[in-house]
Ligand binder design. Sequence first.
Ligand code: PCA
Length: 201
Amino acid sequence: MKKLLLTGFVPFLDNPINPTEEIVKALEGQIIAGFDVVGRVLPVDFAESATQCLKHVDEVSPDVVISLGLAAGRSKITPERIAINCRDGEPDNSGVRLQDAPIDENGPAGYFSTLPIREFVNASIEKGYPAAISNTAGTYLCNNVMYSVLHKIEQEQLPMRAGFIHIPASHELALQKSGIPSWSLADLTAAIRAMIEELGE
Ligand code: PCA
Protein backbone atom coordinates (compact mmCIF):
# COMPACT_ATOMS: atom_id res chain seq x y z
CA MET A 1 0.00 0.00 0.00
CA LYS A 2 1.09 3.59 -0.64
CA LYS A 3 2.42 5.43 2.38
CA LEU A 4 2.02 9.01 3.53
CA LEU A 5 4.34 10.46 6.15
CA LEU A 6 2.43 13.11 8.12
CA THR A 7 4.53 15.22 10.47
CA GLY A 8 3.62 17.77 13.13
CA PHE A 9 5.54 19.72 15.76
CA VAL A 10 5.67 19.89 19.55
CA PRO A 11 4.62 23.14 21.34
CA PHE A 12 7.00 26.12 20.94
CA LEU A 13 7.49 29.74 22.00
CA ASP A 14 4.28 31.05 23.61
CA ASN A 15 2.16 28.17 22.24
CA PRO A 16 1.59 25.70 25.10
CA ILE A 17 -0.30 23.42 22.70
CA ASN A 18 0.54 22.58 19.11
CA PRO A 19 -2.60 21.33 17.32
CA THR A 20 -0.45 19.80 14.57
CA GLU A 21 0.72 17.22 17.10
CA GLU A 22 -2.91 16.34 17.84
CA ILE A 23 -3.87 16.12 14.16
CA VAL A 24 -0.97 13.75 13.53
CA LYS A 25 -2.06 11.56 16.44
CA ALA A 26 -5.67 11.59 15.21
CA LEU A 27 -4.81 10.54 11.64
CA GLU A 28 -1.88 8.21 12.41
CA GLY A 29 -2.67 4.63 11.40
CA GLN A 30 -5.66 5.56 9.25
CA ILE A 31 -6.00 4.66 5.61
CA ILE A 32 -7.05 7.69 3.60
CA ALA A 33 -7.50 7.62 -0.17
CA GLY A 34 -5.40 4.44 -0.34
CA PHE A 35 -2.56 5.92 1.73
CA ASP A 36 -1.41 4.33 4.95
CA VAL A 37 -0.84 7.39 7.18
CA VAL A 38 2.35 7.23 9.26
CA GLY A 39 2.52 10.01 11.85
CA ARG A 40 5.63 11.55 13.42
CA VAL A 41 6.01 14.55 15.73
CA LEU A 42 9.12 16.70 15.33
CA PRO A 43 11.01 18.85 17.84
CA VAL A 44 11.21 22.63 17.36
CA ASP A 45 14.99 22.70 17.18
CA PHE A 46 17.25 24.01 14.43
CA ALA A 47 19.78 21.23 14.97
CA GLU A 48 17.26 18.39 15.23
CA SER A 49 13.97 18.96 13.35
CA ALA A 50 15.16 18.44 9.80
CA THR A 51 17.61 15.66 10.76
CA GLN A 52 14.82 13.74 12.48
CA CYS A 53 12.37 14.36 9.64
CA LEU A 54 14.87 13.11 7.04
CA LYS A 55 15.47 10.02 9.17
CA HIS A 56 11.72 9.36 9.18
CA VAL A 57 11.68 9.78 5.39
CA ASP A 58 14.42 7.14 5.11
CA GLU A 59 12.74 4.75 7.54
CA VAL A 60 9.18 5.07 6.25
CA SER A 61 10.07 5.51 2.57
CA PRO A 62 6.74 7.22 1.88
CA ASP A 63 5.18 8.14 -1.46
CA VAL A 64 4.10 11.50 -0.06
CA VAL A 65 5.36 13.68 2.80
CA ILE A 66 2.98 16.25 4.28
CA SER A 67 4.38 18.34 7.11
CA LEU A 68 2.09 20.40 9.29
CA GLY A 69 2.94 23.50 11.29
CA LEU A 70 1.03 25.92 13.46
CA ALA A 71 0.72 29.49 12.20
CA ALA A 72 -1.14 31.07 15.11
CA GLY A 73 -2.89 34.16 13.79
CA ARG A 74 -3.79 32.76 10.37
CA SER A 75 -7.50 32.16 9.87
CA LYS A 76 -7.29 29.66 6.99
CA ILE A 77 -5.56 26.39 6.25
CA THR A 78 -2.63 27.38 4.09
CA PRO A 79 -0.62 24.98 1.93
CA GLU A 80 2.77 26.60 1.34
CA ARG A 81 3.98 27.30 -2.19
CA ILE A 82 7.71 27.63 -1.51
CA ALA A 83 10.48 26.97 1.02
CA ILE A 84 13.56 29.22 1.05
CA ASN A 85 17.20 28.54 1.93
CA CYS A 86 17.21 30.66 5.07
CA ARG A 87 16.95 30.24 8.83
CA ASP A 88 16.11 33.25 10.93
CA GLY A 89 13.71 34.47 13.59
CA GLU A 90 12.77 33.54 17.12
CA PRO A 91 14.85 31.19 19.28
CA ASP A 92 14.02 27.47 19.01
CA ASN A 93 13.07 25.28 22.00
CA SER A 94 16.78 24.86 22.86
CA GLY A 95 17.26 28.63 22.92
CA VAL A 96 19.20 28.72 19.65
CA ARG A 97 18.59 31.84 17.59
CA LEU A 98 19.79 32.09 14.00
CA GLN A 99 19.99 35.07 11.71
CA ASP A 100 20.32 35.05 7.92
CA ALA A 101 21.69 31.49 8.12
CA PRO A 102 21.40 29.29 5.02
CA ILE A 103 19.95 25.80 5.52
CA ASP A 104 22.46 24.41 3.01
CA GLU A 105 25.40 26.59 1.90
CA ASN A 106 25.37 24.93 -1.52
CA GLY A 107 21.62 24.51 -1.88
CA PRO A 108 19.38 26.44 -4.28
CA ALA A 109 17.52 29.56 -3.14
CA GLY A 110 14.23 27.75 -2.85
CA TYR A 111 12.03 24.77 -3.65
CA PHE A 112 8.42 24.78 -4.74
CA SER A 113 6.06 22.36 -3.02
CA THR A 114 5.43 19.29 -5.15
CA LEU A 115 2.02 18.72 -3.57
CA PRO A 116 -1.09 19.66 -5.58
CA ILE A 117 -1.62 22.80 -3.49
CA ARG A 118 -4.30 24.39 -5.70
CA GLU A 119 -6.33 21.16 -5.60
CA PHE A 120 -5.80 20.99 -1.83
CA VAL A 121 -7.20 24.49 -1.39
CA ASN A 122 -10.18 23.80 -3.64
CA ALA A 123 -10.96 20.48 -1.93
CA SER A 124 -10.89 22.13 1.48
CA ILE A 125 -13.10 25.04 0.43
CA GLU A 126 -15.55 22.61 -1.20
CA LYS A 127 -15.98 20.90 2.16
CA GLY A 128 -16.57 24.29 3.82
CA TYR A 129 -13.13 24.77 5.35
CA PRO A 130 -11.51 28.10 4.39
CA ALA A 131 -8.12 27.63 2.71
CA ALA A 132 -5.66 29.61 0.61
CA ILE A 133 -2.19 29.14 -0.84
CA SER A 134 0.49 30.86 1.25
CA ASN A 135 3.51 32.29 -0.51
CA THR A 136 5.75 32.22 2.52
CA ALA A 137 6.47 29.47 5.03
CA GLY A 138 8.59 31.99 6.98
CA THR A 139 12.18 31.34 8.03
CA TYR A 140 11.62 29.34 11.21
CA LEU A 141 11.44 25.56 11.72
CA CYS A 142 8.54 24.91 9.34
CA ASN A 143 10.40 26.40 6.40
CA ASN A 144 13.53 24.53 7.54
CA VAL A 145 11.74 21.16 7.45
CA MET A 146 9.97 21.84 4.14
CA TYR A 147 13.22 22.95 2.45
CA SER A 148 15.24 20.05 3.86
CA VAL A 149 12.76 17.37 2.72
CA LEU A 150 12.47 18.83 -0.80
CA HIS A 151 16.28 19.21 -0.98
CA LYS A 152 16.76 15.54 -0.06
CA ILE A 153 14.19 14.44 -2.64
CA GLU A 154 15.91 16.52 -5.32
CA GLN A 155 19.43 15.40 -4.42
CA GLU A 156 18.55 11.72 -4.17
CA GLN A 157 16.00 11.86 -7.01
CA LEU A 158 13.42 10.14 -4.82
CA PRO A 159 10.00 9.30 -6.30
CA MET A 160 8.24 11.29 -3.59
CA ARG A 161 6.00 14.34 -3.42
CA ALA A 162 6.38 16.66 -0.46
CA GLY A 163 5.28 19.96 0.97
CA PHE A 164 4.01 21.85 3.95
CA ILE A 165 0.66 23.03 5.31
CA HIS A 166 0.30 25.71 7.98
CA ILE A 167 -2.82 25.64 10.12
CA PRO A 168 -4.62 28.16 12.36
CA ALA A 169 -4.82 27.82 16.15
CA SER A 170 -7.25 25.36 17.75
CA HIS A 171 -9.89 26.73 20.17
CA GLU A 172 -7.99 25.09 23.01
CA LEU A 173 -4.84 27.04 22.12
CA ALA A 174 -6.71 30.29 21.46
CA LEU A 175 -8.18 30.15 24.98
CA GLN A 176 -4.63 30.42 26.29
CA LYS A 177 -3.63 33.31 24.02
CA SER A 178 -5.72 36.31 23.15
CA GLY A 179 -7.13 37.77 19.99
CA ILE A 180 -6.29 35.04 17.49
CA PRO A 181 -8.65 33.22 15.12
CA SER A 182 -9.24 29.58 15.96
CA TRP A 183 -10.89 26.40 14.66
CA SER A 184 -12.10 23.31 16.44
CA LEU A 185 -9.59 20.48 16.39
CA ALA A 186 -12.21 18.36 14.59
CA ASP A 187 -12.48 20.91 11.76
CA LEU A 188 -8.70 21.30 11.49
CA THR A 189 -8.36 17.52 11.25
CA ALA A 190 -11.20 17.24 8.71
CA ALA A 191 -9.65 19.91 6.48
CA ILE A 192 -6.31 18.08 6.45
CA ARG A 193 -8.13 14.84 5.74
CA ALA A 194 -9.94 16.50 2.81
CA MET A 195 -6.58 17.53 1.38
CA ILE A 196 -5.14 14.02 1.77
CA GLU A 197 -8.26 12.60 0.08
CA GLU A 198 -7.48 14.82 -2.88
CA LEU A 199 -4.25 12.84 -3.43
CA GLY A 200 -6.39 9.86 -4.38
CA GLU A 201 -8.24 11.79 -7.10
N1 PCA B 1 5.16 26.24 13.59
C1 PCA B 1 6.47 26.88 13.50
C2 PCA B 1 7.45 25.86 13.96
C3 PCA B 1 6.65 24.79 14.62
C4 PCA B 1 5.27 25.05 14.22
O1 PCA B 1 4.29 24.31 14.46
C5 PCA B 1 6.75 27.52 12.16
O2 PCA B 1 5.80 28.01 11.51
O3 PCA B 1 7.90 27.59 11.73
